[in-house]
Design a protein around this ligand. Structure first.
Ligand SMILES: *Cc1c(COP(=O)(O)O)cnc(C)c1O
Length: 362
């Protein structure tokens, strides 16, 4: 039988996956260790009656975008409008919409490695050329390299991730402003991926305005304890949001998801309490890691990147799995030789991780 050949440019690529294993303690995908509050389930059930299942949902998801604008006005420090919010099935789909609208064939997309693999992955699938600069040896952005990359290639999209996955580094507002100026000087757009934004002390949302080429993405997957919901959003100038509506499929956000997202936002304070708990655990785990023969990087997210000094990363990862603890093995990722990334879990899960780690390294 003859079969169609996948696009030539996709042939060398593999789909993205995060290996899952059946172990007791799963600290590998940066999800929230706690589900949403029980009241979320009850409130959601109560609202299901309002869905007209035989009708298409609101194509613009207006009420959900209004609720997001209201909640995020806090982080932005000023009122945001629903027309400055774009929503999609996970922030990855929102980022894909950006790549479809502004990337694509004949254009380039800039990343600073190591960073979230999906930025370059999605950009390539959308047909753009990905150009990258390396971060310095502490995984900080090298502004000289950024200037060189942006002014010579004039990328139509530049990605930053803050807090950066997998290193945890938070970019300062000044760094973001500097990169934004460079991006605007070549008529590009800057996307700051803030999937972990609520775990950090400050946000690029403060910089969003109608006259800046800046989009900030966030997600319900991590801080909102709703990875199963597949809901994410971008906040930026209304003209960019209009451009994203040109490329997204009609009725892309189903009626159930629009309601579930609004109900989740009603539990804003509970979300903040869970985030505050994880930030406290981050401090506790980082202090415990300081006592062990490893290097770790300061994190503004719900995970910590670390590298054992005397044992290869692969070996440590295997020993942790044998003890029933799964962390993310980054040891073979470019620029991350021997590094592992642990997601902060419940207090009991973090203790299991620390005990298992001490047994191998201690
Ligand atoms: C987890 C993560 C996302 C989330 O993607 P969703 O599609 O919203 O689940 C986006 N960006 C980064 C950097 C992430 O780590």
């Amino acid at each position: 039988m003859s079969r169609p050949r996948v696009r030539d440019d996709l042939a060398p690529m593999e789909g993205y996956h995060s290996p899952q294993m059946d172990v007791d303690v799963r600290l590998n995908t940066n999800e929230s260790p706690e589900p949403p509050p029980a009241e979320f389930d009850i409130a959601l059930r109560d609202r299901l009656d309002s869905i007209n299942w035989h009708r298409y949902p609101d194509r613009t998801a207006l009420q959900l975008r209004e609720s997001i604008a209201e909640v995020e006005s806090g982080a932005a420090g000023r009122a945001l409008d629903a027309d400055q919010v774009f929503v999609a099935n996970g922030s990855n789909e929102a980022l894909q919409s950006v790549c479809l609208a502004y990337g694509g064939a004949g254009r380039s997309v800039a990343t600073f490695e190591p960073t979230y693999a999906l930025h370059s992955h999605i950009a390539k699938i959308a047909g753009a050329e990905v150009i990258s600069a390396s971060r310095d040896e502490n995984f900080n952005l090298d502004l000289g390299a950024a200037e060189e990359l942006i002014t010579s290639w004039k990328p139509s999209i530049t990605f930053l991730c803050s807090p950066n996955n997998p290193t945890g580094a938070v970019e300062t507002t000044q760094t973001i402003e500097t990169v934004l100026k460079l991006v605007e000087s070549v008529d590009g757009i800057l996307v700051v991926d803030e999937a972990y934004g609520q775990f950090a002390a400050h946000s690029a949302l403060e910089l969003v305005s109608e006259d800046r080429s800046l989009l900030v993405s966030r997600t319900f997957s991590k801080t909102w304890s709703a990875a199963a919901l597949r809901l994410g959003y971008l906040i930026g100038p209304s003209w960019a949001v209009s451009d994203l509506f040109r490329v997204v499929l009609p009725y892309h956000l189903d009626a159930f998801k629009q309601i579930a997202g609004r109900v989740a936002l009603d539990f804003h304070h509970e979300m903040e309490a869970r985030v505050a708990f994880l930030v406290e655990e981050r401090g506790r785990v980082a202090t415990a890691l300081d006592e062990l023969p490893l290097d770790q990087w300061p994190s503004g997210a719900n995970f910590i990147l670390f590298r054992p000094r005397a044992v290869p990363g692969d070996e440590l990862w295997n020993r942790l799995v044998e003890s029933g603890v799964l962390v993310r093995n980054c040891a073979s990722w470019p620029g991350l030789t021997d590094c592992l990334r642990v997601t902060l879990g419940t207090r009991a899960e973090n203790d299991r991780f620390l005990v298992a780690l001490q047994e191998v390294l201690g």
